[in-house]
Design a protein around this ligand. Structure first.
Ligand code: ZN
Length: 191
């Protein structure tokens, strides 16, 4: 039998999920009960492990995910989400959570650009982007050290001109196998 594609498989499951009212046990509001926001990595190992290892349930926290779990730019998408968290969802505590063995660390950005070209992206497209001031190489670059990345992200949030001084910002690293958390920055001690 031919395997269904992901969309078909998802929709089939979804019909049953809704019919059987499986959603009922997840019912909550959009306001996070624990008043916390998390920025973490999109790593597949963390999808369920991260909330379980932190005892977070549906409704407890706003979780923002990206490649590396970093706040890279003070006016980028992760930071924008955090600002909305603070002013729209009453969040007063932020956790930046990197993890060991991150796929974003030590990325060979040259190889990524090569792959783009092999996949049919014209190389002059890269030149045009470069002329607009964005170096694709730098843009896709992750980080070399997760600890440094967490510290930098905490700094960006903590010193952000739109973040009020009473917001606590922690920096943590999680083990993607055991879920063990190491504290890099304890936001209560660095206030
Ligand atoms: Zn990662």
């Amino acid at each position: 039998m031919e395997r269904k594609n992901n969309l078909e498989e998802i929709l089939e499951f979804n019909r049953e999920f809704v019919e059987k009212k499986e959603y009922e046990k997840y019912n909550t509001t959009k306001y996070p009960d624990k008043k916390i926001a998390i920025v973490s990595c999109m790593d597949t190992r963390l999808t369920e492990l991260l909330p379980k290892a932190m005892n977070l349930k549906n409704g407890d926290a706003k979780i923002i995910k990206n490649a590396g779990g970093a706040v890279v730019h003070p006016f980028g998408s992760a930071m924008r989400s955090l600002i909305i968290c603070i002013y729209e969802f009453d969040i007063n505590e932020i956790f930046i959570i990197g993890h060991y063995d991150c796929g974003v660390s030590n990325i060979d950005t040259g190889k990524i650009v090569d792959k783009m070209v092999r996949r049919g992206i014209p190389s002059n497209t890269l030149d045009i982007i470069s002329k607009s001031g964005i170096e694709v190489n730098d843009w896709v670059h992750g980080f070399d050290c997760v600890r440094d990345s967490v510290i930098e992200s905490v700094e960006i949030v903590k010193t952000h001109p739109l973040v009020p001084a009473d917001v606590i910002v922690h920096g943590l690293i999680i083990d993607p196998e055991t879920g063990k958390i190491d504290v890099v920055v304890d936001g209560f001690k660095t206030k």
